[in-house]
Design a binder for this molecule. Sequence first.
Ligand code: ARG
Length: 486
Amino acid sequence: MPDPSSVQLHQPGSEPGAPLRLWGGRFEGGPAAALAALSVSIHFDWRLAPYDLLSSRAHARVLHKAGLLDDDELATMLDGLADLDAACQSGAFSATVADEDVHTALERGLIERIGPLGGKLRAGRSRNDQVATDLRLFLRAHVRVLVASLAELETALIDVADRHKDAPAPGMTHLQHAQPVLFAHHLLAHVHAFARDVDRLRDWDVRAAVSPLGAGALAGSSLPLDPIATAYELGFTSSAANSIDAVSDRDFAVEFAFCAALVGIHLSRIGEEVVLWTSREFRWVELDDSFATGSSIMPQKKNPDVAELARGKAGRLVGNLTGLLTMLKGLPLAYDRDLQEDKEPVFDSIDTLLVLLPAVSGMLSTMRVDTDRLAAAAPEGFALATDVAEDLVRRGVPFRDAHEAVGRLVAWCAAHNCDLHDVDDAQLVEISAHLKPDVRAVLSVRGALAARSARGGTAPERVVEQLAELRAQVADQVTWATSGNL
Ligand code: ARG
């Protein structure tokens, strides 16, 4: 697998000689400058170069198998491609803006190395199937890098949860105190979301593992090529069953952009929580200095910029998805140049997440959790009221009546500015005949937590199980991410 980190594009001011074009034959004169400026994609598609070279190698082999290259020609071609690959990586070969796109640049590079023989590589292949193949290869490699980064984030969250697995915290609905939970249970809820993101990316990979190479421009090739052989060589599990679909389809790009957008949404939700938790009003968490920023005017400020950027970048990730969908809407089959617009959004989604994820992981793993404040806040807001109502249910009171009785108890406490356990025996019975003094036995956060012991509940033993399950799941994700597809 090539290193997914992109090869840098150098744009020298002028290159000697006329630019090589892949389609010059039927045209008189070159393209207008305005057209060239519009149609050029080399400044963003150059990062597909390692993948274009890989698929060129595979294509050279099928040309050889088809008898269209002899043994010597194949050897020269493969040497030339290897040399070009090395030159791209070292920077000895660089694309120029005159190259139009990555495919043009690399054909130029090959011909510079092996002469006219380089021109044989284009037989049976079009940029249409080439670019679709390159983008799939690029994404399949980068999705693995992304999964590794997501696994690091999940591990960061799991570790924080593990360190605070006994810490009670307020559980919220509508951002109002609802019922106590373990802080770890809350953190692990986020891990489940990211674990689904990884599952989604792995599912995506199964569908993305279809090679478009061999489709040519749109109808396949009259040359005796072997698309299945190139597919396997490139780590795909099959080759496209329909050549028109092969070059028209960008579902894999859209679906990837959706997966990335949903990761962004999940990051934005945890980002928003960290913003709240670090506010003076909550003070549940303090960020480490290395993951907080200051103000240029207010010396006292410590701002949660990482969390805010996690929230903000979700917008651009959703924008990338929306842009792709809109570009595809109504596009006739097969290839249209509109499809060139597929690359920047997915590159941006990858780049955005690969910068964001480590920062969020670092912020979360270094933050200090104020477990005393969390514990003190856990029962606040009459958060044990449901426990009292459910206690009455266990004593045979219909929940409807229990809810009513405890509601009145809460109203009384709110009016008298006291807590549920401050109400004396006589007053309890006066509020409702159902409220016997022993209801106080359930007025404990620990008891409330321990009682929620069914699967999925916040009871400490369930949370310990979750920790173990999630650690195992993340280990499996890391194995997948590092297994490679080539
Ligand atoms: N740069 C083009 C793209 O990204 C490559 C395919 C060009 N195909 C064509 N028929 N003009 O889509």
